[in-house]
Design a protein around this ligand. Structure first.
Ligand code: FAD
Ligand code: NAP
Ligand code: COM
Length: 525
């Protein structure tokens, strides 16, 4: 029997979430044994309006939207589930690890006090948490398949590589499919470091960590990189009780736009024991003689540094998976490897669109999902234009860090009269003030005031409009999604101060604005 003959069409059968879960587990274990998972409506005589090549957030949301608009789509993914890297190896594990980091920071800070067990000097198993994630991720995968098939009525082929034959034809699972348009949603992959020893056992990226960690890392973790991924994973490794050394070639967290906020974030990482070496260039990763990492060697401003370790994590950013687009003849940005698109998400080839991480920064979920839906709208004949601009952003350390708009430095370059409201207030005696106080930092606020967070909002003193907001703590991220829309619409201090807060509100911006909104000439607070 050929592989093709083993394919059966799931179209007429409603699989439960549990059944999906078993099937996905089996396919992840042995993809060839399960074969392509096909859900095609062979009874529909319509031509496909679009084939989405890649079923991550971008392909899944684009597919759902096109379907919702009455179009016919097909989405193809080589994994046996829809949803892509986010639930499989990127955002979701990151959130699991960051939640552990926050919980462990609390547990370590209050170790042996109140009801907290004494965990001084205790190292927590990293492998247990990675294994927990690997076991748990199939549930969300199964929900994505169930939702996409039973609720969103998508057509898909999973667990099968797509091959693009021309701008209207894709070959998958031994069949050829034609469509009016192609949408490339192929995502991105972890960047390599390009030094000797990178392939040794014990050297991980976010992708390989959750697939292949099969031992308990020792006492020292080395992290290379200084962006979101490096900081988020580094903060987790540190929270598990390991000495964590971050080797950063330039500066850590350059992406944070506000200097005070960045300082607060980096200082608190250091308080937790994270060792940050800026200006460090890794020259090699050393073999222990059995194919396993034993040491990292780096050039630093103070000379050569050698660190003994059995665990190295690379957080160096991502390269778009643009090879198939290049082979088709689409224009690729030489510097970033991203597929070049116009404001309708169309590539240089008419009828071929590209979305999500494949089109480069910002590589974030909002853009993956939104660009997918915008491509769908363009294909269905809507006049759309999409370039991500002025989006709110966030990352984790042991805290949650959220921001939007300008940092103070850039705000002062652009506006002659910048007014700031911040908490804790500028204080010559330092940070030992139990404010901001809000949910999940109340124990810190009472017992370790400097750990209770930081926030700052910036106004243009002339128009009274918000021009930037920054928050370190917990629970404010959600507000930033909505606050950003209002800021883009011209939110003023007076409007902000007139809102109804739900005390204890994590960002305090409403109440603090109310304290100043009465002033004709705004002053800092
Ligand atoms: P993907 O989800 O990568 O989808 C691409 C799909 O294409 C994959 O499913 C792949 O199997 C498929 N594919 C590739 N080649 C083929 C082929 N030949 N045939 C068939 N299928 C193929 N963003 C946030 O907003 N919040 C976060 O907290 C966050 N955390 C992150 C943490 C980490 C560690 C990383 C690396 C990223 C994080 N991101 C986060 C970014 C986010 O994960 C991405 O922006 C998003 O998942 C991109 O979606 P996508 O659909 O473009 O790509
Ligand atoms: P990133 O923001 O591009 O940061 C990459 C880091 O690696 C930078 O510190 C960079 O240094 C360093 N680096 C790159 N190449 C290097 C090399 N050859 N040698 C040494 N250092 C090198 O990438 P990322 O943090 O991995 O994130 C990837 C994408 O996923 C981003 O778009 C990010 O927004 C997204 N993401 C989002 C979240 C989230 O919480 N929302 C979480 C993780 C990732 P320089 O600064 O010197 O260039
Ligand atoms: C979320 C995956 S983890 S998707 O955006 O719903 O497809």
């Amino acid at each position: 029997m050929t592989k093709h003959e083993t394919i059966f069409n799931e179209r007429g059968r409603a699989l439960t979430i549990e059944e999906w879960s078993h099937r996905i587990d089996a396919a992840l274990e042995a993809p060839e044994a399960i074969g392509p998972i096909v859900n095609i409506n062979d009874g529909d005589a319509r031509e496909f309006d679009a084939i989405f090549v890649g079923g991550g957030a971008a392909g899944r949301f684009g597919s759902a939207y096109l379907r919702a608009m009455g179009g016919r789509q097909l989405v193809v993914d080589r994994w046996p589930f829809l949803g892509g890297s986010c639930p499989h190896n990127a955002c979701v594990p990151h959130h699991v690890f960051s939640e552990c980091a926050a919980e462990l920071m609390l547990a370590r800070t209050f170790s042996g006090q109140f009801w907290f067990p004494d965990i001084a000097g205790k190292t927590v198993s990293m492998k247990e948490i990675v294994d927990l994630f690997r076991r748990g991720r199939t549930g969300p995968h199964a929900v994505m398949n169930y939702q996409s098939k039973e609720q969103l009525d998508m057509e898909f082929i999973l667990n099968a590589e797509a091959r693009i034959l021309d701008p209207h034809t894709v070959e998958v699972a031994g069949r050829r499919f034609h469509a009016r348009a192609l949408v490339l949603c192929l995502g991105a992959r972890a960047k390599a470091l390009g030094v000797p020893g990178e392939g040794l056992k014990g050297v991980y990226t976010y992708e390989s960590l959750v697939e292949t960690l099969d031992y308990e890392p020792g006492k020292t973790a080395v992290v290379i990189g200084g962006g979101k991924t490096a900081v988020e994973y580094g903060s987790f490794f540190n929270a598990t009780g390991r000495r964590t050394i971050m080797l950063v070639r330039s500066e850590i967290l350059k992406l944070l736009p506000d200097g005070d906020t960045r300082q607060y974030v980096v200082d608190r990482m250091r308080d937790q024991g994270v060792e940050i070496v800026e200006g460090a260039t890794v020259s090699r990763i050393v073999d222990d003689g059995h194919g396993r990492v034993s040491k990292v060697v780096a050039k630093t401003r103070d000379g050569e540094l050698e660190i003994d370790t059995d665990f190295v994590f690379l957080g160096l950013g991502e390269t778009p998976n643009s090879e198939m687009a290049a082979a088709l003849g689409a224009e690729i940005d030489a510097a970033t490897g991203a597929v070049v698109v116009d404001e309708t998400l169309q590539t240089s080839i008419p009828g071929v669109y590209a979305v999500g991480d494949l089109i480069g920064a910002p590589m974030e979920m909002f853009k993956a999902r939104k660009s997918g839906t915008y491509a769908a709208r363009a294909i269905m004949g809507e006049a759309i234009s999409y370039r991500p601009a002025d989006w709110p952003d966030f990352l984790h350390t042991h805290y949650e860090v959220s921001w939007l708009g300008l940092g103070e430095e850039e705000a002062r370059r652009r506006y002659p009269n910048v007014v700031t409201i911040r908490m804790p207030p500028v204080n010559p005696n330092g940070l030992d003030i139990g404010l901001p106080a809000s949910d999940r930092v109340m124990l810190y606020a009472m017992a370790k005031p400097r750990m209770s967070g930081f926030q700052k909002i910036l106004f243009d003193g002339e128009t009274r409009r918000v021009i930037g907001a920054h928050h370190v703590g917990y629970g404010a991220r959600d507000a930033f999604q909505y606050l950003n829309v209002m800021v883009k619409q011209g939110l003023t201090i007076d409007q902000l101060g007139d809102m109804d807060e739900l005390f204890l509100n994590p960002d305090h911006f409403i109440q603090l604005s109310r304290l100043r909104a009465g002033q004709k000439t705004l002053r800092d607070l």
